[in-house]
Design a protein around this ligand. Structure first.
Ligand code: AOF
Length: 325
């Protein structure tokens, strides 16, 4: 069955009454996905522009193509890199692309809060329009000197995000949740919740995904913890409630603060170290993060008494060999 995608209606904008942008060097050029200076970090992967992120989202099933796109320094070249593979974009691309674009903008905002929120708010309450020579879906095309016509979906999403800032729905502390769609992946791994600092939470996060997908979006660490509790109740795999209760206690004892959200990070690392000892380099590779980030996490795990650091050579092992789950 072929899904029929309803296209948003086209509108006409008077240039004099709008904020328009075409080139990134213009006054409001930072609103463009092509704008540099808004670095993103997804699952520990540095991505130079929201354009590269958006294009990479086409290919969750082709991590090698994602790598080609993300490796490009120029956003336009990143977009060009995706061109030969476009026919292989995820099969529901036309249905999900607008949601994905909104998510990309939210990530751009959260990880570049000061600069991007300021720019968005400087647009006041004027319509925002991407002035595009050829794209009247994301932008609007000039009719003449005065008017532009198009669906202007990017401009409308930017206005939505602006509204979310003004209403306090989005703040610098917001955790942007991954979209509740199938195969929302970067380099073969589920995309994790996004925070300003770019820290990410592999492993245990997976356990919350079913609930996110079922429509119950966790909004805080507390909610995510309670998800583990739900999981606990509906576990049918023979895992005893007692052990799962223990997991919850273990998680709670990590004493997270708002930015830590360490339950997502440390638990899988500790689990790994219960199987066997590992060096920090091995762990960084296993959890696809950089060495510095992994060392920070290990330091914290050692402080919390969950992991022991061994020397000569330096390696790590879980303090407790008891299964957490
Ligand atoms: N077509 C165009 C821009 N449009 C941008 O391209 C992105 C969407 O790409 P896609 O949906 O893959 O065609 C999105 O960020 C939109 O704003 N930008 C530019 O500088 N120059 C262009 O020629």
């Amino acid at each position: 069955m072929v899904a029929v995608v309803k296209l948003p209606e086209s509108r006409t904008y008077n240039r004099q009454e709008c904020i328009t942008f075409r080139k990134t060097a213009e006054r409001f050029g930072g609103l463009s996905n092509m704008a540099g200076g808004y670095i993103l970090n997804i699952n520990g992967v540095k991505i130079l522009t929201s354009e590269a992120l958006y294009q990479a989202c086409r290919f969750p099933h082709m991590p090698e193509v994602q790598r080609l796109i993300i490796a490009e320094r120029s956003p336009m070249t990143a977009k060009m890199k995706s061109k030969p593979y476009r026919d292989n974009s995820r099969s529901d691309w036309d249905i999900v692309r607008t949601k994905i674009m909104r998510w990309c903008l939210q990530v751009k905002l959260i990880q570049n809060w000061d600069k991007f929120s300021k720019l968005l708010l400087e647009t006041g309450d004027l319509p925002i329009v991407e002035d595009s020579r050829k794209d009247d879906f994301w932008g609007a095309k000039p009719e003449d000197e005065e008017f532009l016509t198009g669906a202007n979906v990017l401009g409308r999403l930017l206005m939505q995000v602006r509204e979310q800032i003004a209403s306090g729905k989005l703040t610098s502390e917001t955790i942007v949740q991954p979209l509740p769609i199938q195969d929302f992946l970067l380099y073969g791994q589920d995309i994790s919740p996004i925070v300003a600092s770019g820290e990410y939470y592999p492993g245990s996060y997976m356990r919350s995904l079913d609930l996110i997908k079922s429509g119950s979006q966790p909004s805080s660490d507390v909610d995510l913890l309670s998800i583990s509790k739900h999981e606990l109740e509906r576990d049918e795999e023979g895992r005893s409630n007692e052990n799962l209760e223990k997991e919850l206690v273990e998680i709670a004892e990590f004493k997270f603060d708002k930015y830590d959200s360490l339950q997502f990070v440390l638990l899988p690392i500790v689990e790994k170290l219960q199987e066997s000892e590992h060096t920090d380099k091995e762990l960084a590779k296993l959890f696809t993060t950089n060495l510095k980030q992994m060392r920070d996490w290990l330091k914290r795990a050692v402080e919390l008494g969950k992991v022991r650091k061994l020397s000569k050579p330096v390696r790590y092992v879980a303090e407790s060999q008891l299964p957490l789950i």
